[in-house]
Design a binder for this molecule. Structure first.
Ligand SMILES: [Zn+2]
Length: 200
């Protein structure tokens, strides 16, 4: 008997199989996209926090020698500029289109070592965060900038940087004035029995 060595013709993909493969790839991409997005956002959070840490180091280094008026928030960006030579340090990676990324607490210049947990700079929409006082001057709902999944990165005087929900540090809340914003030196201005400042 003669054996046939002819190979069977290669079987092509049917249209249905092709569509199944395309659909499976589509599902995999859809599953991966949020994971990739989260990884990118985590990287931006870390970058923003590192920038604030560097700003904190520059502040500590400069505060030792700079005259007090140079440490007022309106001048701080310029005062720190010689130590922070890369201007990109001032741009939160999630706010590249916004003119201002970080705001300095308006009372930073009155802080002492005992104010280590007070916020000196954070994700904000103005260079000066005028938030000390009850009520604060700034409209917190407008000026706070929770750019990182609902949180602001905040630099404490002691150098720590934490992600804070805007509500958790809202300066309109009396307790938050004490915990996060008002230097201990300013307590002498408090109206007795309230968190209102007698003098700004
Ligand atoms: Zn940021």
């Amino acid at each position: 008997m003669e054996r046939s060595w002819r190979r069977a013709p290669a079987r092509a993909f049917t249209l249905v199989e092709l569509l199944i493969v395309v659909a499976v790839i589509g599902v995999l991409v859809a599953l991966l996209m949020p994971v990739l997005g989260m990884a990118r956002e985590s990287a931006r959070v870390t970058q923003c926090q590192n920038q604030l840490r560097q700003i904190g180091l520059a502040l500590t280094k400069t505060a030792a020698t700079a005259p007090p008026e140079r440490l007022k928030p309106a001048s701080l960006t310029q005062t720190l500029a010689p130590v922070l030579d890369d201007p990109r340090i001032w741009a939160c990676p999630n706010a590249t289109a916004e003119p201002v990324s970080f705001g300095f607490n308006v009372r930073t210049y009155r802080m002492q070592s005992s104010d280590a947990l007070k916020i000196v700079s954070l994700d904000y929409r103005k260079a000066v965060a005028d938030v000390v006082g009850h009520p604060p001057v700034d409209d917190w709902a407008v000026q706070s900038a929770p750019r990182h999944r609902g949180t602001c990165n905040a630099l404490r005087l002691g150098g720590a940087v934490t992600a804070q929900a805007a509500d958790a540090i809202d300066p309109n809340v009396c307790l938050n004035q004490d915990l996060f914003w008002r230097p201990q030196l300013d307590n002498v201005y408090l109206v007795a029995g309230s968190c209102e400042l007698a003098v700004h």
